[in-house]
Design a protein around this ligand. Structure first.
Ligand code: CP
Length: 308
């Protein structure tokens, strides 16, 4: 694992190794002083071309909890606004002894482009979300949240509801859940189904409500309105009626099932507020697990480089 660009970069064994590290780092996060000196003297850069709350903060905290120096650069405050290219920007930053770059970009493939052009440098790239392509650390934290509950993901039944076509989380989640032996199902309006979806073996369920009691985990996704160049929905109210998860839906789920959402949530569209009070709803646990998972990913990449 030289870089983390896609879930395809990881074997099943490597994913479970990341979970093992994450559970050790969770123990650190629960200490009164949640810091270990593992990466003292190392430097990371977060480079976010798209807005983020959870991912950027949790990568920053993950680095700091490992005693790494973390520098945050955003498009709006950098010389990128003066027309400097991404590659020039990064080549300058590398000379300042940055050893890992965490990048989010609205264009699919940008993290891969960077990794390719930095191949001769002793630096790793982590994909923090590239367009509609992938968001591998979100998938790792989602799978880890399920792993903490069930210990083994093999044969678990997972339903993903929402904007599958435009969701990088859906794409990475499907890859990781299939890799770990889960049965994956999706439910969404046809306009949210990727064109190539028919070629997969993933069932598209129209009326998921009839089957809610059969899933171990239900993952609800945000409607990615910023990526809808044409109208994909006739009305948000209708979407909420047909695909929104409400308290009565959660009541139909198994007693030990999980209800998840990567955030940010459009409350009243994908989810009703009243689902938050149900103990099956683990949205904020996902956020906590995200820091431990990102500590594990950063640690693993430095380890691969032979720097620790
Ligand atoms: N889940 C997620 O990627 O959230 P942010 O966009 O806030 O980082």
């Amino acid at each position: 694992m030289k870089h983390l660009l896609s879930i395809n970069d990881l074997s099943e064994r490597e994913i479970y190794k990341i979970f093992e590290y994450a559970s050790q780092f969770e123990e650190v996060l629960n200490r009164p002083i949640p810091i270990v000196p593992s990466l003292r003297g190392k430097t990371l850069l977060t480079l976010f071309y798209e807005p983020s709350t959870r991912t950027q903060i949790s990568f920053t905290l993950a680095g700091k909890r490992l005693s790494c120096d973390v520098v945050n650069l955003s498009f709006s405050t950098s010389s990128l606004r003066k027309g400097e290219s991404l590659l020039d920007t990064v080549k300058n930053i590398v000379k300042m002894k940055v050893e890992g770059i965490i990048i989010r970009h609205s264009v699919a493939g940008v993290p891969h482009f960077l990794a390719h052009h930095l191949d001769n440098e002793n630096i790793f790239v982590i994909n923090a979300g590239d367009g509609i392509n992938e968001h591998p650390t979100q998938a790792l934290l989602d799978a880890y949240t399920i792993y903490k509950k069930f210990k083994n993901l093999k044969n678990l039944k997972i339903l993903i509801i929402g904007d599958i076509k435009h969701s990088r989380v859906a794409h990475s989640d499907i890859l990781i859940f299939k890799k770990l032996g889960c049965e994956v199902y999706v439910s969404c309006p046809y306009s949210f189904l990727p064109i190539e979806f028919e070629k997969t073996d993933i069932p598209h369920i129209i009326n998921f409500r009839e089957k809610l009691d059969s899933f171990d985990c239900v993952i609800v996704l945000r409607i990615q309105r910023e990526r809808h160049e044409i109208g994909y929905l006739s009305s948000l109210r209708e979407y909420h009626l047909l695909y929104g998860i409400k308290k009565e839906d959660v009541n139909k789920m198994k007693k030990n099932a999980l209800l998840m959402h990567p955030g940010p949530v459009n409350w009243g569209v994908e989810l009703s507020y009243d689902v938050l009070e149900d103990k099956r709803c683990v949205i904020l646990d996902q956020v906590f697990n995200g820091v431990a998972i990102r500590m594990a990913v950063i640690f693993s990449l430095f380890q691969f480089q032979g720097k620790i």
